[in-house]
Write a new protein. Structure first.
Length: 280
């Protein structure tokens, strides 16, 4: 904003720069430069009001086109004095002979000028107070914006920290699932191998039983002895088959996977106690 060229004549002390204020009239935000408040744009409206008042105050009373009030008690007497005790304007006859003869009075122009001066000072104080209040409001609005920005930044930071925790949990979950899958595959492969082994034995035993049944149905002794007792005899094969060890079996509880259970209660409790740091 345009600086006031008369700022040096208004005082020699400078207000620290860097503050932000909002104009009470146009609501435009301005920044104090090295001149402080004296570098702000002039408030022409207030200056014009003060100049008009000063001009009116400087004019003689007889030059003003004012209506002279007459005393109610003495109709031909103008009101020209002011009773200080009763705080009411009156005429000279009232002071000499009337209700205000024992009161302290003062000339009406003097009281008028004093009251006008006090009113002018009050206006100046109100304008200055309004400027200070507007500056405080502007500072508080800036504080609100800063709070909102800091809140958004902290929310983003908090979200990133929890995302990191989620990633750690997912990675650990993946590792533990892989451990279960590896042992599951190992156990299943072993049992399936035993199933194939016993399946092969069962198939060979079934064929042997079928051959033995056919041998039992042979009516001719010579043929029976020639077919089933020459070489490796059928009874010997049956005896050997029955002696095959059946001990290759999974131990009791082999299918149990309970050793993979975990206790996360203490971790859950620790997560519930996550809180903001109070120190640096």
């Amino acid at each position: 904003q345009a600086s006031n060229p008369l700022w040096q004549s208004r005082g020699s002390s400078a207000v620290p720069s860097g503050g932000r204020f909002r104009c009470p009239s146009c609501r435009h935000e301005v920044v104090l430069d090295r001149h402080g408040v004296y570098g702000l744009q002039r408030n022409l409206l207030v200056e014009n009001i003060i100049d008009i008042y000063k001009q009116e105050s400087a004019r003689p009373l007889h030059a003003k086109a004012e209506q002279h009030l007459m005393c109610e008690e003495h109709e031909e007497e103008r009101i020209n004095i002011y009773c200080l005790r009763c705080e009411a304007p009156t005429c000279s006859l009232c002071k000499v002979f009337g209700a205000h003869k024992d009161c302290e009075v003062a000339p009406l122009p003097a009281v008028y000028q004093r009251q006008k001066s006090e009113l002018s000072d009050g206006i100046a104080m109100l304008v200055a107070g309004n400027d200070r209040i507007q500056a405080i409001i502007t500072q508080m609005e800036e504080i609100c914006r800063t709070i909102e920005e800091n809140g958004r930044r902290q929310k983003q930071h908090l979200g990133l920290r929890f995302d990191s925790l989620y990633s750690i949990l997912e990675e650990r979950k993946k590792e533990l699932l892989q451990s279960i899958a590896r042992e599951q595959e190992t156990k299943v492969q072993r049992v399936r191998g035993l199933i194939r082994q016993y399946g092969d034995h069962l198939e060979a035993s079934s064929k042997l039983v079928e051959s033995a049944i056919q041998a039992m149905e042979e009516p001719q002794m010579a043929v029976y002895l020639q077919r089933h007792l020459s070489g490796v005899c059928l009874p010997c094969r049956i005896t050997d088959m029955s002696k095959v060890s059946m001990s290759s079996r999974p131990e009791p509880g082999y299918e149990n996977m309970d050793h993979f259970s975990i206790n996360v209660d203490y971790v859950a409790e620790m997560l519930r106690t996550i809180e903001f740091q109070t120190g640096a």
